[in-house]
Write a protein that binds this ligand. Structure first.
Ligand code: IPD
Length: 285
């Protein structure tokens, strides 16, 4: 299996998808929704996925293809080499022209994320990695950006933490998330962890790539799908970061509860900050 060839094909598809995304004219009142007004799909999501799946099936007919817009709950992720694709991650941003949407192209082997390409065509930012070969920004700058000068993680109170609200706005998952956000953000005298601040980029893949860059310390979300995380997972781990509780290796996203805590590469403190974070989660996701 030629991983470099797969990587290069994904990079060129990412640029092609980027042209479609940049030339699109989505409107906030002209989208389809999946389950509610926070869960959007546009004709562009479908067109980009079609272009990518057609090209990958033609070039690599022996590999499985999983895409967000053709998701089939009866086709779980298996050990077979599989392309895992989100044609537009950050669809809400895309529709509102908030400049954080990307195409997320992953390739997993034995359910291990192995090649990842994430491209934000608006800012022209490309993240990519092949397992065991490092992670790169725009194909040349090695991640994390601070390299060996990255600072240790000293605890949640110094951490910039990325969170997402998700599209489920009721039920136990939502309640756990909201209670956890309060606990993480609250002043220490009121029993909180008082993280330095929260960000929400609106795209799981771009949140994880920000952690890979080292511009964000942590990213936590419960409810991501495999196409949201596969590509950025390779990029993050190749940049020295970790995905906690996402069962790397025997990764089984639909069974694991789809919980992900991404932690940036650091000379020390990764394990401690994961434990501190888990201690603040307010219930089951
Ligand atoms: C969503 C975005 C969002 C995250 C959701 C994802 P989509 O993907 O990444 O930030 O909170 O979990 O499903 O719907 O824009 O492809």
């Amino acid at each position: 299996m030629d991983l470099k060839d797969i990587h290069d094909s994904l990079v060129s598809l990412a640029y092609k998808a980027g042209d479609i995304i940049n030339n699109a004219l989505p409107e906030t009142n002209d989208t389809g929704s999946k389950k509610n007004s926070a869960d959007l799909v546009t004709e562009y999501d479908r067109a980009v996925e079609k272009m990518i799946s057609t090209s990958l099936k033609e070039k690599y007919p022996e590999y499985v293809f999983h895409g967000e817009e053709t998701y089939d709950p009866n086709r779980p992720l298996t050990d077979a080499p599989t392309f895992i694709v989100d044609p537009i991650d950050g669809t809400v941003n895309f529709v509102h022209s908030f400049p954080y949407a990307c195409v997320s192209l992953g390739f997993a082997v034995n359910r291990v994320p192995t090649v990842g390409v994430v491209y934000n065509p608006v800012t022209k930012t490309l993240y990519s990695a092949i397992r065991g070969q490092g992670a790169f920004l725009n194909l040349e700058t090695r991640l994390p950006l601070k390299g060996e000068n990255a600072e240790p993680l000293t605890g949640l109170s110094n951490a910039l933490v990325s969170i997402e609200w998700g599209s489920d706005r009721s039920g136990p998952n939502w309640e756990t998330k909201i209670a956890t956000f309060v606990k993480l953000g609250q002043a220490k005298e009121n029993g909180g962890a008082m993280v330095r601040s929260f960000r929400s980029l609106g795209s799981a893949a771009l949140n994880m790539c920000a952690v890979a860059e080292g511009t964000m310390d942590l990213y936590w979300e419960g409810g991501c799908w495999e196409w949201d995380v596969c590509a950025a997972w390779v990029i993050l781990t190749e940049a020295g970061g970790i995905v906690a509780d996402g069962s790397p290796g025997g990764w089984n996203p639909r069974v694991d509860g789809r919980k992900y805590l991404a932690v940036r590469g650091a000379p020390a403190g990764q394990k401690e900050i994961v434990e501190e974070f888990w201690g603040n989660i307010q219930g089951e996701l």
